[in-house]
Structure formats: C-alpha cells, structure tokens
Write a protein of this length. Structure first.
Length: 246
C-alpha cells in the first residue's frame, strides 16, 4: 500500500514532492520493522533529502526524519552516524519546542542509548536522567514512558557497578509497567528479566531464579519458545540454576 501510494504521488506531483516523502518515509518505517535495514535506510534518506530541499533546515519534519535515520543507523551499528543524526534532531527539537518538551525527551533518550553503546556511561546517565525529569514533569511519575526511562537508567547503573541503584530502578520500572500493561506483558517480562540478572549478580540466586522464570513464562506464552528473547532469558535462568546446583 505504501509503495502504491508513493507511485501515485510521484505521478501526480513529481519525485521530490513532500507528499511523496511522507509515503516513502512510512515505507522506510515498515521496512525497518520487517528487518530490512538497508531498504529502510535508503527510503528514509530519500525522504530526508526531500524535506531538506523543500522545508527550512530547522523544520520539525526534518528532525523527525533525522531521528528515524538515527534509529536505523543505530540498529546497523553505525553509532557515530546515529549520534550525529540524533544530535541534529535534538537541536531542532529544543529550538522548536523548548528544552523541556516530551518530544525533546525522546531525542535525549535516543542520544543516551548511543552514548551507552559507545561506552560513555556518564554521558548516557546524564541524558537518561534529563529525559526522566522531563517525562515525570509532563506525564507524572507512573506513566509507562517514565517506566521505560527508569529502566534505561537502571541499565546504566548496573553497567557502572551500582547494583543496589540498578535493582531499585528495575523494581520501579516493573511496578509502573505492571500497572500500565498488566502482569503478563512483554515489557514487564523484560524488566523482570533485568531485575533477575541484577539479583543473580548480587548473589540472590533464589530471587534471580524466581524473576527469570516469570519472565521466561511470559515470553514463552507471548513470543514462543524459539524467539530470541525467550532463548536469552532461558539461558540466564539455566545459568542461575547451574550455580545453585554447584
């Protein structure tokens, strides 16, 4: 449907019209979801070129497409490219909406994820903390978006060796997501697995096994026994059991 819409728009308006860019960008999103990252990148880059030619370089649409391109590059492992696009999108967002808008928080979170992957844990932590402050002010302390940022911050604290801090953040994230989505949601399973892994590192093998088995049950039910998430949690659970038996 997106391909058909793009062809119709091209025939009506020419290949570089903003309407064409909308459909091409949507197609890029879909291809990314399907795992075709090269195809997604080429479409989003084309949509970005059209936006930059037809709109002001600081237009919010340019920022949206830079964010999309950054996410594709992030998945492809091009962290420098992702960082550059996220930084540009963030700059436009701050100029458009101000420094404390929820849209800005999304882009701050994206940049934090790149810094985390690059090993800049202090930079990642400061970005996640900023995003969290914006989201709490905008949505309140119990919104699922807040829960995601709390979990992100927990991951940084864990990488920095602050296991108690990581544990408290993962526990909070799980509580928020349980209240928002119910007890058997995959987001809850992810947080529960993260919490189990921290408990294992702290030596609480019984607690770790309990949380990992709960996450495993959710993933098996919703994603199947052969899904990568299921297999990862299963391997962590098995490692905990092996340590208990040893």
């Amino acid at each position: 449907m997106y391909e058909s819409a793009a062809r119709v728009a091209e025939a009506q308006h020419g290949p570089d019209h903003p309407n064409v860019a909308v459909y091409v960008s949507n197609l890029g999103d879909l291809l990314q979801t399907l795992g075709d990252l090269d195809g997604a990148r080429s479409r989003i880059e084309r949509a970005l070129r059209i936006a930059e030619r037809t709109l002001d370089p600081g237009h919010p649409t340019v920022a949206v497409r830079r964010s999309k391109l950054g996410r594709v590059l992030y998945e492809q492992g091009d962290l420098d490219g992702a960082k550059s696009n996220f930084e540009r999108a963030l700059s436009i967002g701050e100029a458009t909406y101000g420094p404390n808008h929820p849209t800005v928080a999304i882009r701050v979170n994206n940049l934090g994820s790149v810094l985390y992957k690059q090993g800049d844990l202090d930079g990642a932590k400061s970005h996640y903390e900023r995003a969290l402050r914006i989201e709490v002010a905008a949505y309140g302390p119990d919104h699922p978006t807040v829960g995601t940022s709390v979990g992100n911050l927990g991951g940084v604290l864990r990488a920095q060796g602050d296991l108690d801090g990581a544990r408290s953040h993962y526990e909070r994230a799980v509580r928020i997501h349980e209240a928002a989505y119910g007890c058997d949601h995959p987001t809850v399973a992810t947080g529960t697995a993260n919490l189990g892994n921290v408990l294992a590192t702290q030596g609480d093998l019984d607690g770790a096994r309990c949380h990992l088995e709960r996450a495993l049950r959710i993933f098996e039910q919703l994603l199947g026994v052969d899904h990568p998430n299921t297999l990862i949690v299963q391997s962590h659970r098995d490692a905990v059991i092996s340590h208990m038996d040893g």
